[in-house]
Design a protein around this ligand. Structure first.
Ligand SMILES: Nc1nc2c(c(=O)[nH]1)N[C@H]1C(S)=C(S)[C@@H](COP(=O)(O)O)O[C@H]1N2
Ligand SMILES: [Mo]
Length: 406
């Protein structure tokens, strides 16, 4: 076992929280341990305890990728401290060419993984609940979950190995259909129920397409909060699919399940049927690089900047309204691949978000709502309202961004 509760406790002690003595993990001490280990200063993050989101008004339009120091954190429990030298990835299941039980799992070390061919892949990394707060503030609907604004998203160039390269070396059965990824963080307990470790199954087809076992982000090793030493990345899919602190992969010839694809991360309530499928590809969304309620000087022209993104494809166009949706203009898009050359890795696969700008000419004093509406190259356009669902997933409607000109 490589997950060090002692380290979690040590950091809680360092933070001046309750200290466990005699090796007993007192629940109070665990509860008081910080869920997130990296600094989340108030000028860069909105803090929700175990979760933290990037502030869009802290995003520099000259920077394309999201540094891990600024990337949102979504933890069901707490960030564990893992020793890479004793860490192992266990692989088992009846979907392997040579079936293995959990107790007889293949055990891969850090060095085993580093010996595989390396890859880099750019993707929009985003929580399913991003934008959730707008169900309430914009549509007057009550949903449960963290009240994210639009900052539980980032664009990251992941570095690691293709899952398909690993699976081909191990050998999987021709009729394998499902893979369950399980994290090494503590079990998730809520409402008095212990749901076990965070885990979610995904189709073998995604594994053989672009799934990555990532040890790096934007050229740096993963930070503990983002899955060190190794996380799964399912590019373009709901964040929950990208299991952090990866401990095991079960490959099966039958559909695997977990509460993270049966109970959560599917659309329930509202007008959705009871059998709506587990969520996969992220929708289209947009944000201004501006504070909510920002104040702008009257009579002075200003360039407004923002970004749009989609789990399915790059962005094709962005329409912006500066008057609450009465009139619209096309935003100017940054060259789709320009950033890659600027950042010196033209060979990167995948796609991130698209930066855009609009010029606002000498606005008069008053209150305004700014709107940005994107369309991706798969033909998906942001709607003006999102049908409500119980857990407030996939708020993809155009957000009305208030500003004051004075
Ligand atoms: N083991 C584990 N993996 C996890 C989670 C978690 O709590 N535990 N949270 C998931 C969710 S809901 C999201 S949105 C992403 C967040 O990744 P990040 O914190 O690196 O931004 O990780 C996913 N993987
Ligand atoms: Mo998430």
């Amino acid at each position: 076992m490589t997950l060090s509760r002692r380290s979690v406790l040590a950091s809680s002690a360092a933070a001046g929280a309750a200290v466990a003595t005699g090796g007993i993990t007192a629940p109070a001490a665990l509860a008081a341990s910080p869920a997130i280990l990296k600094p989340t200063p108030a000028d860069l993050f909105h803090d929700y305890g175990t979760n933290a989101e990037m502030r869009w008004d802290s995003v520099d339009p000259r920077t394309y990728l999201t540094d891990q120091a600024r990337l949102f954190v979504r933890n069901h429990t707490v960030t564990p401290t893992i020793d890479r030298s004793t860490w192992r990835l266990r692989v088992y299941g009846d979907g392997l060419a040579t079936p293995r039980t959990s107790t007889d799992a293949l055990s891969l070390s850090w060095d085993d993984l580093r010996a595989l061919p390396r890859t880099t892949h750019e993707s929009v990394h985003e929580c399913t609940g991003n934008g959730r707060s707008f169900f309430a503030t914009q549509q007057g609907q009550t949903v449960s979950g963290t009240s994210w604004k639009l900052g539980s998203v980032g664009t990251v160039v992941w570095e690691g190995v293709r899952l398909r390269d690993l699976l081909r070396r191990i050998g999987i059965a021709a009729d394998a259909v499902s893979i369950q990824a399980t994290g090494l963080d503590p079990s998730y307990v809520t409402g008095g129920v212990d749901y076990g470790p965070v885990r979610r199954p995904f189709p073998v087809s995604k594994a053989l397409d672009d799934a990555i076992l990532a040890w790096g982000a934007n050229g740096r090793p993963l930070l503990p909060d983002h899955g060190y030493p190794l996380r799964l990345v399912l590019p373009g899919w709901v964040g929950i699919g990208s299991i952090k602190w990866l401990g095991s992969l079960e490959v099966a010839r039958t559909e695997l399940t977990s509460p993270w694809n049966t109970k959560w991360y599917r659309l329930t309530g509202g007008s959705y049927p009871a059998d709506s499928p587990p969520l996969t590809v992220n929708p289209v969304r947009s944000a201004f690089e501006l504070a909510f309620g920002a104040s702008l000087p009257a009579g002075r022209s200003v360039t407004l900047t923002g970004r749009s993104w989609s789990g399915a494809a790059p962005i094709r166009r962005v329409d912006v309204s500066l008057d609450g949706g009465t009139t619209w203009q096309r935003a100017e898009l940054d060259g789709q691949d320009a950033h890659r050359h600027r950042h010196g890795h033209p060979a990167v696969r995948g796609h991130g978000w698209t930066q855009w700008s609009v010029r606002w000419k000498r606005p008069a004093a008053g209150s305004y709502q700014l709107l940005a509406r994107a369309t991706d190259r798969a033909g998906r356009q942001q709607p003006l309202a999102t049908p409500v669902n119980d857990n407030g997933y996939f708020f993809d409607a155009v957000v009305r961004h208030p500003v004051t000109v004075a």
